[in-house]
Write a protein that binds this ligand. Sequence first.
Ligand code: FAD
Length: 483
Amino acid sequence: MQVNTIKKEPVKAQESNATERACTFEEVVRGYSESDALKEASRCIQCKDPSCISGCPVGIEIKTFIAKIAAGDYDGAYFTIRRKNNFPSICGRVCPAEYQCRKACVFTKKGSPFASPGAINIHFLERFIGDHGIKKNLDVPAEKDERLSKIKTAVIGSGPAGLACAGELARHGISVTLFEGLHKTGGVLRYGIPPFRMPRDILDFEIDSLKKMGVDIVPNRLIGRIKTVEELFKEGYRAVFLGLGAGIPSFLGIRGEDLCNIYSANEFLTRVNLMSAYKFPEFHTPVNIGRHVIVIGGGNTAMDAARSALRLQKLNNIAPDTTIVYRRTEIEMPARRLEIEHAKEEGVKFRFLVKPEELSGDEKGFVKKLRCLECTLGSPDGSGRRRPVETAGSDFEMDCDMAVIAIGLKANELLTKVTPELKLDKYGDVVVDKETMATSIKGVFAGGDIVGGEGTVIEAMGMAKKASKAIVDYLTEQCCSVR
Ligand SMILES: Cc1cc2nc3c(=O)[nH]c(=O)nc-3n(C[C@H](O)[C@H](O)[C@H](O)COP(=O)(O)OP(=O)(O)OC[C@H]3O[C@@H](n4cnc5c(N)ncnc54)[C@H](O)[C@@H]3O)c2cc1C
């Protein structure tokens, strides 16, 4: 293939207009047209020793799939990605590429905290190819092992980890039952990430394709409460995968946090996304949206909560006033850069270097004010980011009749607490063998946010892929070895 060494301007993905989109929950990024994708793919200089692959948590052969796009072989590009990633349409939309593959791209300036603007837009190319695969209903051929066809396995949790594991096991011809505690599947992809970032038809397509592969999806089944892992084994399941996620919100621990109209981001986003509060009264889960909404935090969850709150204000004819309060500066924010940019474009306000101190309310117990302290940045902490240092006497108050706390999530304990043989670390995360994702219980594997805490969609899928391979090996050894 002829390599193009001229560095051209990066191709921006098409997006809907900021003013119009902030009144709807429709998808913001429209992605690449075919000619956009071809242009962007032709910017890749096909490095002899590509660094981008090392930035991808699952090691997608980025150089190869981009070369295939440039050559017009979209099916080939799809199968190249699918070798490592089950859901390119999802990852192409939500992966924090600027901290991963794009940051490792040769066009990113050395030492930059995230990808430079000139880095190849690998995520948009991946999305283009993922959507091509959906349109053409492409699928990776199954590698069915007849010996495994009668073996029952259980996958618990239907987030990215559970979905990826179930898909891989089904491809090997193994019988899979996917148990989900909620009434709908998808985990954070459905209850956390709003439709303006993750359209539900894409998610539904991916989940339907699992059903077509024979995965039995059983919602409304909270394992650990209605039955234990031990009981699953007694029922004939030979291996269990735990994809329980990190669903327990962290709180600030400040005075007034229990006032009315203060939500964890999880509850707020679940009401809006899973229970369709944005479609009220068509759906009967209203959110009592405030006039002065404050979202506390700096990650993707905070951006999603703020952008959702602003949309709800507009849909309810309230003059938009949604502010993100963050203790550090924009550089240290862990959110995807694109989400920060989109939030700003849509009208979300930002207060940096501000630490919440106390929430206070009216005589009926509804929140009214947030008292804060200004901060400066000190020396780096364990995360490598500079620590916020409070400025004594800098107190000030902000109007706040609704607050959303988005400062992180902890391990979901519903199952782990009732499974004493399962080894956990000090954070309540499941301890696994890093190579096989095997837990301390024979035949039980785990992956995603329940292992190692809050991570990313692609990391969860990568762990699930590793676990599924180990489960296939385990079942082959357990059930098929000649005795
Ligand atoms: C609001 C928000 C925005 C995010 N944005 C991004 C982003 O843009 N990009 C990115 O890469 N990452 C993002 N993340 C992180 C990413 O979504 C997670 O890392 C990923 O979803 C983890 O996948 P998982 O399968 O481990 O868990 P989850 O997605 O949490 O799924 C776990 C599932 O298990 C179910 N479950 C739990 N316990 C049981 C039980 N006992 N029985 C039955 N079912 C059970 C839960 O109901 C849930 O459906 C975001 C996270 C949040 C909260």
